[in-house]
Design a protein around this ligand. Structure first.
Ligand code: ZN
Length: 491
């Protein structure tokens, strides 16, 4: 922990020096996806932002426990007209078990994240797997006198909570703003005030996902799962809570209020929020016809896409903006990102074969460059500045390559560190063609070895033939002799 890391804390509205609760360890919780549909462009930004933070903490030597939940209960995603949650509706229409729908989209989400080179979190808890913890939490809030039961549902009493605490402390509003921002009760509601939010909802007969509770057969309120699961896996107080800006109110505000109501404290030291992605200046939405799934982005299969964009291009594009700044998606911006990515990856490749000049004095420029890269990274994850410094490195590499500049061994090592540990390790930018390339190389090598074995067999040199088979097997390559020749598989 030799470097100071500064993080913008939404709660205090200032950039603060990060001080972990436990020396050398970090606990971070990030709101994950609701798995009732395909992962879309909006999932890529928080996925990548908190992945960079996760990677950076590890790079700086911290032990990190990163918890990212899966919202699979589907509540509060009611269809306006039918009042039925989306997981339940899809399950009914397709005659599937709700968990089948959830599993399908969870796997698709994992696949998209993997392609974006987003590391899996340390723990990925599901809301539906933590109903017991959520019921216990509701009971605690009831015991504290800050919730009430109404017709089988349980609601958080916002006005009462606000007498001793500040409801709105995170999103920077007071109770009056909140009151004005909520719709009046329609007369059918069980709530005492429109500001109150559900901790437990009694399920209507058509609601398929429901669980028994002391109050009714029902399901937990959406905000509850994050309070329950973050406490379970990170403790009553933990370091970082992240998510998209769109979750700040009401989701995170309610979470903070639930934490305070049940344990006497907000529990989170640093609240972080990434800004949103717009598409050609517009908010992304199904009704606007600009809703792009990650799959469509990778294949180009959407009317507003002028082509397919690789996962690494999308990652690079997202890192080109600071996570707290808005980011506008357009085909031009993506094409520019594609070019930039190609240039930086080519330089990283060229760096490996770069000639060094012995006796050359070290250039202060490269030592300074390294400092600037770390400074930007530790300045609230300023990835656009990190990239601009890495492009200074690209210029140096290209000058050495074309012979207009020489560098010594130690400078080359610094550059290797920047492109290996930082570009690839922390920013997670990697050569996508590399995987295909090494796959081709393995095919070629195994093919060549099997040719040698074939001639050994033709010469009745069984010892060599068997040795090749056994050695390949030790490497995890199984071979099978067939009439046509020889087949092989890995694993
Ligand atoms: Zn959440």
């Amino acid at each position: 922990m030799t470097r100071n890391l500064y993080i913008y804390n939404t709660l205090t509205r200032s950039k603060e020096l990060f001080k972990p609760i436990h020396e050398g360890a970090v606990g971070m919780y990030v709101c994950g996806p609701t798995v009732y549909g395909d992962a879309h462009l909006g999932h890529a930004r928080p996925g990548i932002t908190y992945d960079v933070l996760f990677r950076l903490f590890k790079h700086l030597g911290y032990k990190v426990r990163y918890v990212r939940n899966i919202t699979d209960v589907g509540h509060l995603e009611h269809d306006a007209d039918e009042g039925e949650d989306k997981i339940a509706k899809k399950a009914r229409l397709e005659q599937l078990e709700p968990m089948e729908v959830v599993q399908f989209y969870t796997l698709r989400y994992h696949d998209a994240m993997k392609r974006l080179n987003v590391l899996p979190p340390s723990i990925e808890p599901r809301a539906s797997g933590h109903i017991i913890e959520q019921i216990a939490l509701v009971q605690k809030i009831l015991d504290a006198g800050l919730a009430y039961i109404s017709n089988g549902s349980v609601y958080f009493d916002v006005a009462k909570y606000n007498e001793a605490h500040h409801y709105g402390v995170l999103s920077g509003r007071n109770l009056e703003d909140t009151k004005e921002g909520t719709r009046a009760l329609d007369g059918q509601s069980d709530k005492r005030s429109p500001m109150d939010f559900a901790l437990w909802k009694k399920a209507s007969p058509e609601h398929i996902m429901h669980w028994p509770s002391p109050w009714s057969e029902g399901f937990p309120g959406w905000h509850l799962e994050c309070s329950a699961m973050s406490e379970k896996y990170l403790g009553e107080t933990f370091d970082i809570h992240g998510g998209g800006m769109d979750l700040m109110f009401p989701h995170h505000e309610c979470e903070l209020a639930q934490n305070t109501a049940s344990r006497g404290q907000g529990g989170v030291h640093y609240w972080m929020h990434n800004n949103m992605i717009t598409i050609n200046g517009q908010k992304m939405g199904k009704s606007l016809g600009n809703f792009i799934t990650l799959d469509q982005l990778f294949t180009g299969d959407h009317k507003i896409l002028e082509g397919a964009y690789s996962p690494m291009t999308v990652r690079f594009f997202i890192l080109q903006a600071h996570y707290r700044s808005p980011l506008d998606f357009s085909n031009d911006a993506l094409r520019a990102a594609e070019k930039g990515l190609k240039r930086i990856l080519q330089a990283a490749k060229d760096l490996k074969g770069l000639q060094v000049s012995p006796g050359q004095t070290p250039s202060g420029e490269i030592v300074a460059l390294k400092e600037k890269v770390y400074e930007a990274l530790c300045d609230d994850l300023n990835t656009p500045i990190v990239l601009s410094h890495l492009f200074d490195g690209v210029r140096i590499i290209n000058s050495v390559k074309d012979g207009s500049l020489t560098i010594n061994q130690s400078d080359r090592e610094i550059l290797s560190g920047l492109f290996g540990d930082i570009m690839e390790g922390v920013l997670g930018l990697q050569d996508e063609s590399g995987n295909e390339g090494s796959g081709k190389m393995i095919d070629g090598l195994v093919g060549m070895i099997l040719d040698v074995r074939k001639s050994a067999k033709a010469n009745k040199d069984w010892a060599t033939s068997d040795r090749i088979r056994d050695s390949l097997q030790e490497l995890g390559i199984r071979i099978k002799d067939t009439k046509e020749g020889c087949e092989w598989t890995i694993g």
